[in-house]
Design a protein around this ligand. Sequence first.
Ligand code: NDP
Ligand code: HSE
Length: 443
Amino acid sequence: MTSQAQVRTGKGEGETVGVALLGFGTVGAEVYRLLGENSEAFTHRIGGPAEIRGIAVHNKNKQRPGVPAELLTDDAKSLVLRDDIDLVVEVIGGIDYPRELVLTALNAGKSVVTANKALVAAHADELAEAAENSAVDLYFEAAVAAAIPVVGMLRRSLAGDQIQRISGIVNGTTNFILDAMESTGASYEDALAEATRLGYAEADPTADVEGHDAASKAAIMASLGFHTRVKFEDVHCEGISTITADDIEAAQEAGYSIKLLAICEHLVNEETGEESVNARVHPTLVPQEHPLASVNKSFNAIFVEAEAAGELMFYGNGAGGNPTASAVLGDLVGASRNIIHGGRAPGENAYANLPLADFGDVRTCFHINMEVADRTGVLAAISNVFADHDVSLRTVRQEDGESTARLIVVTHSAQERVLDAIVTKLGELDDVKAVNSVIRLGA
Ligand code: NDP
Ligand code: HSE
């Protein structure tokens, strides 16, 4: 059980909430603009004005039209500790430095709103404990799928249900890239450059394309959904940097779109009844008639399967300055209300503490694209490898080339560890020139 939160009294109706904005990039600049443009509405919604009293940035001398110079500082820590700051909004990014700032704020009795999924996925326990000890709030709605209210839905709306599975597209940059490659034939490099220009990509886009950003979001969703701490390193993670134009074409020909999916499952062993959780991120072939296949550009979509609610789907803007600012400002209103009126938002609860499933046990269907010698007997040799591992084939498609053929095999459901063994065996066959790609199937 979590400890009983200390009683928190409010500043009182009509008092001003002093806000420190840490970061003034894609997200921070929009938070500042929208809060300024709608300040009267925010005052009504909160019960008192929310005033940005300082903005921490890396480079104080950068031109920031419309921002009073006296608000800017490059000393974020001093800003956080100022007596006139009640609430800290962290939109810098990274892990170590924001961790230090967020812990400093929480330990000093200031509530925190952050959009930083990497930080939350890596240090949720420590941050939640610091918030609990100081009886303040830690909000992070923008950390998962930006404007789509996933965190609030898992923390509050579905708090009375048993969630079985959460899956979907939670990274706008990779969805933008895959969609551009599929729909316009854009190159991977050009599509990534455009996603970066539009403000979707992380400061280091490796986090997007290698799946790390989606894995952080998967860790957060699994932790909240299954009441079990799942960290970034617990998530099996594969990105899209190895997906080629050939993979996209082969997928299209077979009636699929390739999407980077995050999948979080609550598993129950049918024989023993033992429960466990699994979270993974990998490129996935989604049938073109499935709703996820038509989630294009930088949009995100999340499916939730819950015992009583059944299937739910959430769709919307998952990246970009404005959509992310919307989620940050929603949190700012919630945290500010509690500063004014007293009380706290629902906190973390990892009471279920379920074990993590072994990734090798996870079952999926696979789409395997091989280059093989174009001669009789090859197909039989390949089929035998699958049969030897007790894996049945759903479809086999062959396209003849000049001296070799492209062979595409789709399996029925098989364990990850069995598929690994099959790929190793295929690679040892003389007639298999290359296993070009192995992509999982399903949504
Ligand atoms: P940007 O890179 O656009 O902005 C980062 C900001 O942080 C800049 O203003 C930069 O200052 C400032 N900064 C960097 N280092 C320091 C430092 N040492 N001290 C003080 N300020 C510093 O990032 P985004 O706005 O895109 O992202 C911010 C956070 O929001 C990240 O955690 C990201 O994962 C998350 N997020 C982003 C989304 C998006 O679509 N962009 C969506 C959802 C979440 P300067 O201006 O001087 O360079
Ligand atoms: N880089 C992230 C994305 C931002 O592309 O989805 C939103 O979290």
